[in-house]
Design a protein around this ligand. Sequence first.
Ligand code: NAP
Ligand code: NAG
Length: 299
Amino acid sequence: MLYFTFEMAEEILLIAGVVIAVLMIFRMYICGERCKSKTKLHGKTVIVTGSNTGIGRATAVDLARRGARVILACRNQVCGETAVALVQRESGSKNVVFMQLDLARVYMQGTTEDGLGLMFGVNHIGHFLLTNLLLDKLKECAPSRIVTVSSYLHNFGNLDFDILRTHKEFGVGESPASLFWIYSHSKLCNVLFTHELAKKLQGTNVTCYSLHPGAINSDLYRNMNKMTRRLLKPIAALFFKDVEAGAQTTLHCAVQEGIESLSGRYFSNCAVQKVKAKAQDDAVAKKLWEVSETLCGLS
Ligand SMILES: NC(=O)c1ccc[n+]([C@@H]2O[C@H](COP(=O)([O-])OP(=O)(O)OC[C@H]3O[C@@H](n4cnc5c(N)ncnc54)[C@H](OP(=O)(O)O)[C@@H]3O)[C@@H](O)[C@H]2O)c1
Ligand SMILES: *[C@@H]1O[C@H](CO)[C@@H](O)[C@H](O)[C@H]1NC(C)=O
């Protein structure tokens, strides 16, 4: 039997209080900067891809709260409609709809029949084509914005145009190592795409931004094996941002007033960041645009 004296109980409570306070401050630090803009979006329409879960869904909730008509563009109807109900409930807005969009299919309908892997197709080519198909509408509705969620891992990416042009091998592979590289390449493409897009959009009042959302405790790990997931789960819960915090830089790029002159730039933690030379190379960005047009059948 253990007996606690009043003093001991007091001490334990004090220690527990300090531990909780330290954890809360630590979590606040981990969750980073918040989007401070109070911008309302009544009369505006926003399309959010990947919005049935994770960061995308948290972003959709915030945009709906601001009064926008929010389109959840997801590939799976059941997941999409479940998310609509959830976003409506959390935002208190009924102005949320589902539209089916399979970013892999978008890409498959292009002229490539082989080669490019799924992750590269979805992360870069699918969004490249979607953006291009919406450009005229975006110009008509200006001021408007295009926000592309890249990643810090773009720093590890590289572009090999010989492989890209011949459609062979680029973005194919299943091992964790090759997936890491493909992911990094595709995220570098997101940054370069935004760099080139900003140039094409000069004078239109349509602006664009790419960003790193932070390390987020989202559904991103659901495809990993059980062991890795078990290992990552407690680490992610403590050290990674929750999805609501993970949406803040996307929201900053989407709604913050006065960042229009930063069109084409890369953001992290709700602030513009410097990128390596390879992520702002004019010639490479232009070439990537041309190759991407060919790959998705736009030219
Ligand atoms: N989590 C992080 O730590 C982290 C860090 C840096 C960058 N990011 C970036 O943040 C973005 C969101 O990540 P997340 O963590 O929120 O990921 P997530 O929870 O795994 O969500 C990914 C979303 O993409 C959708 N998707 C996948 N393939 C698709 C396709 N073919 N067509 C249409 N939609 C498709 C998924 O839909 P289904 O449910 O149908 O699969 C899901 O809604 C990604 O671009 C990711 O690269 C994340
Ligand atoms: C862009 O916005 C400014 C300020 O609202 C406006 O004066 C200008 O006409 C717009 N340009 C175009 C191309 O829409």
